[in-house]
Design a protein around this ligand. Structure first.
Ligand code: PLP
Length: 435
């Protein structure tokens, strides 16, 4: 978007941004941000007054959609009553948020350590695993994203790691299941599952099981491509961890709180990790919040020993009030079931039709409102053109590498989903010309 198309207020916003805001993951001279002036439900409005359907949920966090009145009011009410309180004090919204989260996570993940977001949640989960086992190493998969802070970026298995990787974090990467571009030359899902588990078992043996504190795994890798693991894979990893006394950390930062049509993938799959990290959808991103849900046996390790870690804003009352309101609204309004139904009845079948119709599409895969359209080409050079096309049509997509991710709010209606898919169809027409 060029500044010319903007209203005078939006032009000033753009100028201020370009003059003073330092952007993530970018060469600053190439940054050309879209001005967003307001949002509601599944829509955002740009600085020229155009309405766009938000198929990105921003960074896959507005699970409840934009400007939900109950969450907005809860934040305002909390700000009037008690805007901030240090973590060492007890606070009603913090306790209530922890209870609501503990009730929705699987098994005995009944205690919550709150953080400011997903990266520091993973940092703390890894610290807890290392301290409770006395072991140094952490295994994570290639094609994963665990956050942008120092340890979290070292844990990450996609190329964003390279520029930051000091190589000293005690992290070992392994291949996870990804049948479309299988590392294991598998022809069936079952083969992919068996071979991926065999590979992980070998990595554990060769690294030395007693040196490994944790396996950290995104329940479904998100930014790296929404590769839904084959049936049995997560249970198989759980079994390997049990065999060797390794802590299983499930990163549900992107998959949690309804995104896949369940509160959590781990619970949906009947797998109970020792630690589960969350952020994003916990309060639909209205105020920064993340955390670690902790099983009883890991919490017990710190019963008599101090846990050496903390954050000024751990369990911030505004963020926790937003979480209480967001989770309660999701429950009352059947939002998780809606995400499941939209996935099963609309996104799944309709994306499959798009894949069949457009030669540029290699594979579509996903669950709930969490889908990836992977182009047949591995090259990503066409993506800026496709993003521009989508925005001009009124669709705001989430893209990474050679993929368009279809990740709207969990509240999306069938009509809105079909509108978005019709626009995506046109974007893929353009992809067919380019690829
Ligand atoms: N883990 C996963 C799976 C994520 O997708 C992300 C962010 O996209 C993170 C961790 C990091 O979260 P944050 O950006 O809140 O630090």
């Amino acid at each position: 978007m060029t500044a010319n198309a903007l209203s005078p207020e939006a032009a000033r916003t753009y100028e201020l941004d370009r003059r003073h805001v330092f952007h993530s993951w970018s060469a600053q001279s190439t940054v050309d941000p879209m001005v967003i002036t307001r949002a509601e439900g599944c829509y955002v409005w740009d600085g020229a007054g155009n309405r766009l359907l938000d198929f990105s949920s921003q960074l896959v966090n507005t699970n409840l959609g934009h400007q939900h009145p109950r969450v907005v009011e809860a934040i305002a009410e909390q700000a009037r009553r008690l805007a901030t309180v240090a973590p060492q004090h007890a606070n009603d919204q913090r306790g209530e948020a922890a209870r609501l989260i503990a009730e929705r996570t699987p098994g005995d993940l009944d205690r919550v350590f709150f953080t400011n977001g997903g990266a520091d949640a993973n940092e703390h989960a890894v610290r807890m695993a290392r301290l409770s086992t006395g072991r140094p190493k952490v295994l994570t998969r290639y094609r994963s994203y665990h956050g942008g802070t120092q340890t979290a970026i070292n844990l990450t298995g996609d190329p964003r790691r390279w520029a930051n990787d000091s190589g000293t974090a005690g992290v070992v990467h392994f291949f996870g299941p990804y049948r479309y571009r299988s590392h294991f030359h598998a022809e069936t899902e079952q083969q992919e599952c068996e071979r991926a588990l065999e590979h992980l078992a070998q990595v554990i043996e060769l690294e030395g099981p007693r040196t490994i504190a944790a396996v950290l795994l995104e329940a479904i890798p998100g930014t790296a491509g929404i590769m839904v693991p084959p049936p049995g894979y997560l249970a198989g990893v759980r079994e390997l961890c049990d065999r060797h006394g390794i802590v299983l950390i499930m990163d549900e930062v992107m998959t949690g709180f309804g995104r896949t049509g369940a509160w959590f993938v781990s619970g949906d799959e009947g797998v109970v990790p020792d630690l589960l990290t969350f952020a994003k959808g916990v309060n639909s991103g209205y105020v920064p919040l993340g955390g670690v849900a902790i099983s009883e046996h890991i919490a017990a390790h710190f019963a008599e020993r101090p846990y050496p870690g903390g954050l000024t804003y751990s369990g911030h009352p505004l963020a926790c009030a937003a979480a209480v309101a967001s989770i309660t609204a999701m429950e009352d309004e059947g939002v998780v079931g809606n995400a499941r139904r939209i996935g099963a009845e609309v996104l799944g079948p309709e994306l499959a039709k798009l894949a069949a119709r457009h030669p540029s599409v290699g594979e579509v895969r996903g669950r709930g409102v969490f889908w990836a359209v992977e182009l047949a080409t591995a090259a990503a050079d066409v993506m800026p053109d496709l993003v521009g096309t989508a925005k001009r049509l009124g669709l705001l997509p989430f893209t990474n590498a050679n993929r368009i991710h279809v990740v709207p709010p969990c509240t999306i209606t069938e009509a809105e989903a079909r509108d978005g898919l019709a626009l995506l169809d046109q974007v893929l027409d353009r992809a067919d010309e380019l690829v």
